[in-house]
Design a protein around this ligand. Structure first.
Ligand SMILES: Nc1ncnc2c1ncn2[C@@H]1O[C@H](COP(=O)(O)OP(=O)(O)OP(=O)(O)O)[C@@H](O)[C@H]1O
Ligand code: SF4
Ligand SMILES: [Mg+2]
Length: 409
C-alpha cells in the first residue's frame, strides 16, 4: 500500500485582476509520502507560495480563486465519516479536501496541516503576545485530539474531563497552563533566547529572524501531519538557518510529519528534501529524486538554476562563476502566455519546435520518477501526473552535501 499522505492533482489557481487573468499555478500535481520532504524550488514569481497556499485553501478571494484540481488527503477517519455523504469525494482512505465542507477544512488547517508563511508578520496577531498565540495553537491541537467527534486519531494526555471542562468554560479563548508551558518549550526548541520572557512579548518586539523562528514554533505546536514551510529560513543567518533545518529534520524523524518545503534556495532543498519539484511560470517543469535533480538535471531551466550557484570543487582556472539565467520569469497574464515552452525566451538550448506547442512532461530514461517538461528529454513514461518509484528513491545514495555548503545564502 502506498504511504502517501497527500496527493495533489491538477491544482490550478488564478488571479482575476484589472490587468487580466494571472495564471499563478497551472495544473500542478505531486505526491507527498508520510515522513517525506518534497521541496519546491524556483525563481521569484514562479508560483511556489501560491501552490502552498492552494493546498490548504488559503487563497484570498477575490482576486484569487482555485479554479481546478484535487487535494487528496489520507485520513481513514475522514474517509469513513464522509463515505456515504455523496458530496465529498472519497477514494479508499483518501478524501479530496476540496470537496470537504468548509468548517471541516478550516479545522484541519489548524490540526492536520499547518503552514510557515513567507512573511512572518502575516501569521501573528499584533495585539497578542507571541507566547499566547503559540499556546492557542497547542491548545487547539489538544482539544482536537481529545474531541470525541474529531476525525484526528492522535492520542493525548489531554483527557475527556479536560475537554469537557474546556468546552463549557465561559471564558472565550481559554488556554491552559500546560499549553502555555508547552509554548515556552517550543520557543526554546527553535532557539529563542530567554523563551519564558520572550513569550510575554508582542510580535513587533521580535526581530525578523526571531519572528520567523517563532512562526516555526507556532506551526509545530499543532503537531501537523503535513507542514507547509514557505521560505522558512530566509530571514536567518547561515548558522541559525542550519540549526532550524536540523530541528525540522529531527522533529520529522520523531513524529513522521511530512513537509512541503518551498524555497528559492537550492542549499536548503539539498539539505532537507528527498524529492524535488522545480517550478517555473506556475508549472512543475522537472521532478525527481534529489540526487537526480541536483546531479543530472534534465530541463535546461534546472540546469540554469544549478549553474547560478558558484562552484568550489573545480580548479580556479575552470571555476564557473555565478551564471544567473538571463532574462526574467514571464508575465503570467493569460493573454501573454502562448502555447509554447514558457522558458523558450531564455533557453540556451531552444529548438524551433519549442515554440510550436507546449512540451509535455516526459520520463528521463533509467531514472525512476525523474520527469521533465522539455522536448530534449527522451523516453515517454505513463501520461500525466507524478510518476515515481519510491523504493528506488528510498534506497538511493545521495551526494548533495557540496551543494548544501555552496548554496547557502
Ligand atoms: N494577490 C495577488 N494578486 C495578483 N497576483 C498575485 C497575487 N498573489 C500572487 N500573485 C501572482 O502569482 C504569481 C506567483 O506568485 P508566488 O507568490 O506564488 O511566487 P513565488 O514563487 O512564491 O515567488 P517568491 O520566491 O518571490 O516568493 C506571481 O505572478 C504573482 O504576481
Ligand atoms: S522545451 Fe525547448 S525551450 Fe523549453 S526548456 Fe526544453 S529546450 Fe528549452
Ligand atoms: Mg513565495
Amino acid at each position: 500500500m502506498s504511504d502517501d499522505v497527500l496527493r495533489v492533482r491538477g491544482l490550478t489557481t488564478r488571479y482575476f485582476t484589472a490587468e487580466g487573468q494571472i495564471n499563478a499555478v497551472e495544473d500542478v500535481s505531486f505526491d507527498l509520502a508520510a515522513g517525506e520532504v518534497f521541496g519546491i524550488v524556483g525563481e521569484s514569481g514562479s508560483g511556489k507560495s501560491v501552490t502552498g497556499r492552494s493546498v490548504i485553501d488559503l487563497i484570498e478571494s477575490p482576486p484569487g480563486r482555485i479554479v481546478d484540481g484535487e487535494v487528496w488527503y489520507r485520513s481513514e477517519d475522514l474517509a469513513s465519516a464522509f463515505a456515504d455523504s455523496g458530496d465529498v469525494a472519497v477514494d479508499g482512505e483518501f478524501v479530496d479536501l476540496r470537496t470537504v465542507p468548509q468548517g471541516e477544512r478550516d479545522r484541519l488547517r489548524g490540526t492536520a496541516f499547518s503552514m510557515v508563511f513567507q512573511d512572518p508578520l502575516t501569521s501573528f496577531n499584533p495585539s497578542l503576545t507571541v507566547g499566547e498565540q503559540i499556546a492557542e495553537a497547542v491548545e487547539s491541537q489538544r482539544r482536537a485530539s481529545a474531541n470525541p467527534r474529531s476525525t484526528r486519531s492522535k492520542t493525548s494526555d489531554y483527557g475527556m474531563l479536560s475537554f469537557l471542562t474546556d468546552a463549557v468554560d465561559p471564558r472565550s479563548g481559554y488556554v491552559s497552563e500546560e499549553s502555555r508551558n508547552r509554548a515556552v518549550e517550543l520557543l526554546a526548541q527553535v532557539d529563542i533566547p530567554d523563551p519564558a520572557r520572550r513569550a510575554e512579548e508582542y510580535p513587533h518586539e521580535f526581530s525578523g529572524g526571531m519572528l520567523q523562528r517563532a512562526m516555526v514554533a507556532q506551526a509545530l505546536a499543532v503537531e501537523p501531519d503535513v507542514l507547509i514551510a514557505d521560505e522558512p529560513t530566509t530571514a536567518l543567518d547561515v548558522t541559525i538557518q542550519a540549526q532550524l533545518l536540523e530541528l525540522l529534520s529531527d522533529i520529522q524523524d520523531e513524529t513522521g510529519m511530512s513537509i512541503l518545503l518551498i524555497t528559492h534556495n537550492l542549499g536548503v532543498i539539498a539539505r532537507l528534501a528527498t524529492r524535488i519539484g522545480v517550478m517555473y511560470a506556475g508549472e512543475i517543469v522537472e521532478r525527481g529524486r534529489r540526487e537526480d535533480i541536483l546531479q543530472r538535471p534534465a530541463n535546461p531551466y534546472t540546469q540554469g538554476l544549478l549553474n547560478s550557484i558558484p562552484r568550489i570543487d573545480t580548479d580556479a582556472s575552470d571555476r564557473r562563476s555565478l551564471e544567473p539565467i538571463e532574462g526574467n520569469v514571464p508575465d503570467l497574464n493569460d493573454a501573454k502566455l502562448g502555447d509554447e515552452c514558457y522558458f523558450a525566451d531564455r533557453c540556451p538550448k531552444r529548438e524551433p519546435q519549442c515554440v510550436e506547442r507546449k512540451p509535455e512532461e516526459r520520463s528521463v530514461p533509467d531514472e525512476p520518477g525523474h520527469r521533465a517538461q522539455c522536448i530534449l528529454v527522451g523516453g515517454d513514461g505513463p501520461p500525466g501526473g507524478p510518476n515515481r518509484d519510491r523504493a528506488a528513491a528510498d534506497g538511493a545514495e545521495t551526494d548533495a552535501a557540496q551543494l548544501e555548503e555552496q548554496a547557502d545564502d
